[in-house]
Design a protein around this ligand. Structure first.
Ligand code: CUA
Length: 363
């Protein structure tokens, strides 16, 4: 394989590329914010860069000037000369004005940086208010898990929701300044530390065992926003990808209604009866929940509307409509995501066909 082909195959196979597969938005740049906290962080970054860049240029400029200007020893000051050999230039001590200047200037710079950083922290770090009727706010509890994201939809517009989904976060756009729609996340972890980071929406916030953190964002454009767990959390840390889908308020309402409903009516006969029975008799149900059935496991992702998600394995692979990747996943998750906590179950051909048929019906 040529070097270019190798690089291309690495890039094409890299998780962030796949996280964004099928969409034009695969922008991870914090310099292209789409939400107020990300905007504040970008502005602060540019200010800090500008001030420290200015200091860098001044200090390095004086240094380079001196190195070049005084690169030759002064006449008569070189080694071998009898008079003034190795003499230092005149030394200046105790200049009050210079000392005041070099104390005041850095103190002023530090004060400015402290104040603007405090203001940014103030803007970014907002505790979620109590949900109130018609407040337009969406409250979600995010639980980091090795190596995927659990989302519990708590409240929207003051109404309690109370359903769980995984890996693909849907939120409404906030494109009307008179009617802002904020998203408040409550961040927890089920195991080790993780960090929620979607650069265009907000800064990183860690999910820490025994501590609850909060963050908020308010996306001003619809589209897909990708991100990544930003705290090393084990072998599959790099494949703990984030996808935030920002819908129009109408689309979001529809999504909410659909996603909040139970799985398609539990078949008591018909062609899905046997596949469902097979699925429910397997150990799948110990870890996965499918609302409306006896599968109530909470250790793995909720599968109630599995086929409505665009990706599998926390954004690693596409969830194609034919179920090709789903088949590979059920056959051997370890081949796709080595070290993930779902083992291969060694289902027989008929069991596997049933399980896949049932999963594919979970639209
Ligand atoms: Cu979760 Cu890194």
């Amino acid at each position: 394989m040529s070097r270019f082909a190798t690089i291309r195959s690495v890039v094409m196979g890299s998780p962030l590329f796949l996280a964004a597969a099928g969409s034009q938005t695969q922008n991870l740049s914090m310099f292209d914010p789409a939400s107020p906290p990300a905007e504040s962080i970008k502005n602060l970054t540019i200010l800090v860069f500008a001030i420290s860049g200015f200091i860098f240029v001044v200090v390095e400029g004086v240094l380079i000037y001196c190195v070049v200007r005084f690169r030759h020893p002064r006449p008569g000051a070189g080694a071998g000369s009898q008079s003034n050999a190795g003499a230092e230039p005149p030394q200046v001590y105790g200049s009050k004005s210079i000392e005041i200047a070099w104390t005041a200037a850095p103190a002023l710079i530090v004060a400015v940086l402290t104040l603007v950083t405090a203001r940014t922290l103030w803007e970014v770090n907002v505790d979620p208010p109590e949900p109130k009727k018609d407040d337009n706010a969406l409250h979600i509890t995010v639980i980091g898990r090795q190596w995927w994201w659990e989302y519990r939809y708590d409240h929207y517009n003051g109404e309690p929701l109370g359903f769980t989904t995984a890996n693909e976060l849907h939120v409404p756009v906030s494109d009307d300044p008179k009617n802002p729609r904020r998203v408040y996340l409550t961040l927890k972890t089920a195991d080790v530390c993780h960090s929620f980071w979607v650069p265009r929406l907000a800064g990183k916030t860690d999910l820490i065992a025994g501590k609850t953190n909060h963050m908020w964002f308010q996306p001003d454009r619809t589209g897909l926003y990708v991100g990544q767990c930003a705290e090393f959390c084990g072998t599959q840390h790099a494949n703990m990808l984030l996808r935030v889908v920002v819908d129009t308020p109408q689309d979001f309402d529809e999504w909410l209604k659909y996603e909040g409903s139970n799985a398609a009516a539990v078949p008591t006969d018909g062609e899905l009866y046997q596949p469902q029975k097979t699925f429910l008799s397997q150990s799948c149900v110990n870890c996965h929940a499918i609302r409306g059935t006896t599968a109530k496991g909470t250790y793995g992702p909720d599968l109630t509307h599995l086929m409505s998600r665009k990706t599998l394995a926390s954004g690693m692979i596409e969830n194609d409509a034919e179920g090709k990747n789903l088949t590979d996943w059920v056959n051997n998750p370890q081949k796709i995501k080595p070290g993930c906590l779902m083992p291969p179950f060694g289902l027989t051909g008929r069991e596997r066909d049933d399980v896949l048929r049932y999963l594919k019906s979970l639209k």
